[in-house]
Design a protein around this ligand. Structure first.
Ligand SMILES: CC(C)(COP(=O)(O)OP(=O)(O)OC[C@H]1O[C@@H](n2cnc3c(N)ncnc32)[C@H](O)[C@@H]1OP(=O)(O)O)[C@@H](O)C(=O)NCCC(=O)NCCS
Length: 161
């Protein structure tokens, strides 16, 4: 069976999924969210889904390959986080997750979508640019550097839907 991701193996994220998804979060970021921060980004103005492969229907977080978390307020959506397990990256899952985030944001009524990305994170920037996002601002020294020394700029990008 092909490993090519399908578009429909998504499940809404609930607080019960946080422990399982922390494995992906911690593997993907030099400065990952804490469990508490992750949990605070579920429900209310936040929306998020996790994705499974097409090998098996996704039923719980510990078999997810990735997830996204978005925020929607008054016609504007923001991508809070998007992650794919490192050994599953480069297989198309990120694009499927990002397109799902955009589709959900539009469904909620977003006409503007924003995100922030590390200046050195070229893979993520390519994903966003290919979806039509443009750089609108740069926050100097916004992130602690992923190498552990100094700081790194944040690039702010947006898309008008
Ligand atoms: C960003 C991320 C979600 C992309 O997921 P992915 O599954 O590897 O992405 P895909 O395989 O779907 O590739 C989607 C697009 O991303 C870009 N991309 C992915 N890997 C890339 C790389 N190594 N170099 C350049 N561009 C890359 C390409 O534009 C690609 O589209 P294409 O294949 O049509 O050229 C993943 O790298 C990740 O989880 N990174 C760690 C967490 C992170 O940085 N999140 C973003 C926070 S802003």
């Amino acid at each position: 069976m092909s490993n090519k991701p399908k578009d429909n193996n998504f499940i809404d994220i609930t607080p019960n999924d946080v422990k399982g998804l922390m494995v992906i979060e911690s593997a993907c970021h030099s400065h990952p969210w804490s469990e508490k921060t992750f949990t605070s980004c579920i429900g209310g103005r936040y929306f998020g889904e996790m994705l499974g492969t097409n090998q098996q229907q996704l039923v719980q977080a510990d078999t997810a390959v990735g997830f996204y978390i978005g925020e929607y307020v008054a016609g504007e959506a923001t991508l809070m986080d998007i992650c794919v397990l490192p050994n599953e990256q480069g297989k198309g899952f990120g694009k499927v997750l990002f397109n799902q985030f955009l589709a959900q944001a539009k469904k909620l009524g977003a006409t503007k979508v924003f995100l922030e990305v590390r200046a050195k994170n070229i893979a993520a920037q390519m994903l966003y640019m290919n979806a039509g996002f443009i750089e609108i601002d740069r926050r100097t020294g916004y992130y602690p550097s992923s190498s552990g020394f100094g700081y790194e700029d944040a690039i702010v990008m947006s898309l008008t839907c």
